[in-house]
Design a protein around this ligand. Sequence first.
Ligand code: MCU
Length: 414
Amino acid sequence: TGAGGADPTGVGGSNPTGGGGSNPTGGGDTTLVGVETPGEDCPVPNMPSFGELKAYDKLHDPFTMMDGTKVTTRAQWVCRHREISELVQHWETGPKEVKKATVKGSFAGGKLTINVSGGAQNVSFSVSISLPSTGSPPYPALIGLSNGSLDNNHLKQMGVAIINYDHNGVQPESDRSGGIFSKFHGNAESGALIAWAWGASRIIDALESTPDAQIDPKRLAITGCSRNGKGALMVGAMDSRFALTIPQESGSGGVAAWRVSEVDNKGQTGSAGVQNLTRTYGEQKWFSKTIEQFGSAVTKLPLDHHQLVSMVAPRGLLILGNLNYEWLSTNNADQAGGAARLVYEALGVKQNIGYVDSGHNHCGTDYKNGEQAAIDAFVKKFLLNDASANTDVWKPKNELDKAKWVEWTAPTIP
Ligand code: MCU
């Protein structure tokens, strides 16, 4: 499946600290990278009804399966990863439905066209690819939702191609049945975030089978800011072929934990305070209708976004926050990021998750607090195969408040 070669990123191949590949000591599939959906063959539990859910006001233990089993091995974590994916899709976004698609790519004039068949209707969309000024093909690439909001010229000078993903063409955020995702799936009612994730996965399928595009499908990153940062996180969580995920200022519905947003908002309404679940649900059709019922019962959600974030482990993840906007907040994401970092630590790759909170214009590149240096380090390590890049970057405004949010301890997963 595509070019690439040795993976120096610590997350693939036979690297024992990073996952990937099959486990020679037996005990199930241990693949966490290089496939769209880890744990495809794991049993998927039946979901309870809304009425059966129990309120829980802390962040759930990522390491306890729905049936109560404690995760202690990598193979168990792979199945828990799948379970978390199912929880997200069932309660928050609606289904991604990965299996149906047959994808063919074609490349001409700087544009990759992605033709998808096998669903209710055949659909196609295209993305533009801007090659870097240095390096040699196949190039690593950063896929940006609406081009992302990073300094793309700088990244191109580093040797990274930029792929402009018009995700709203796959599904507009204003209409759950208004895009090609819905056409392909036969009037699906999934939210935009998962539709965007589906579209991004089909881009990878097309890159894997279209060497003419000169992109290395094993060295891909995804980014976006604000609402597109919510999208970038969902894309990176829902496809373990992404080597690097950079959600920027994603706020509620993105990296932020719903429970923390609700508490920090202190009951404020309208446009005041911290955006919470109700106001995220109401603003755009980012999620499916199923999540609405949790607006007045956030503590009944049987998951939270520290678990969505943890799905990116052990792959590269750089979370960027902005201190200037109460509506976005940072504490809600600081807490989720801190809890997810415990999953990275359990997998032995604490340095693969980074975090920078800084104050600047919303989605701007007037960076502070070493933000560009952090971006460069993650790009070097995960896209440019530079194992010496130091990604040990952890600068949230607030550290994880364990006493308030966490009742569990992380295992060491061999
Ligand atoms: C952080 O992303 C959103 C935020 O959730 C919305 O409430 C606000 O209206 O827009 C932000 C955004 O996407 O800004 C570009």
